[in-house]
Design a protein around this ligand. Structure first.
Ligand code: AMP
Length: 124
């Protein structure tokens, strides 16, 4: 599947629609999920155009991939999440119910998340 330039996160990156930014640098944007499933629910996206984790890990360089996940870890630390723990989720494609076709990871924390609740929780 090719990248859809009209997806919601592409519009956020072009500043066509607003977002509640948590962190931004030259390569990534992290913002609060518009419909949070947990007290802390942040989406982290690369600024470059990748459809999903499959596309990202197939086409991005090891440096890009490594620095993306290093930043995800740093954001979680900055929010104080590692102490109590948190969940990282990336929905990929139809079977996972991916809604927005721009690669993103969900950082979810601030409460105990039941095992097995992820699929329901992530799709509202
Ligand atoms: P998914 O593609 O299923 O991994 O999830 C996409 C996520 O994007 C959902 O949790 C939505 O609540 C969230 N979302 C959709 N539109 C926006 C938006 N404009 N700003 C912030 N989050 C959004």
């Amino acid at each position: 599947m090719g990248y859809d330039n009209d997806n919601i996160f592409a519009k956020i990156l072009r500043h066509e629609i607003p977002n509640d930014t948590v962190f931004e640098d030259e390569t990534i944007l992290a913002f609060n999920d518009i419909a949070p499933k947990t007290p802390v629910h942040i989406l982290v996206i690369p600024k470059a155009a990748y459809v999903d984790l499959e596309d990202f890990t197939a086409r991005a360089t090891a440096l890009e991939i490594g620095s993306f996940f290093a930043r995800v870890g740093q954001i979680a630390r900055d929010l104080g999440l590692p102490g109590d723990g948190y969940r990282l989720v990336s929905n990929n494609g139809e079977n996972a119910g991916q809604l927005v076709p721009h690669f993103h990871v969900h950082i979810m924390g601030g409460q105990k998340i039941q095992k097995g609740s992820m699929a329901r929780g992530m799709q509202g």
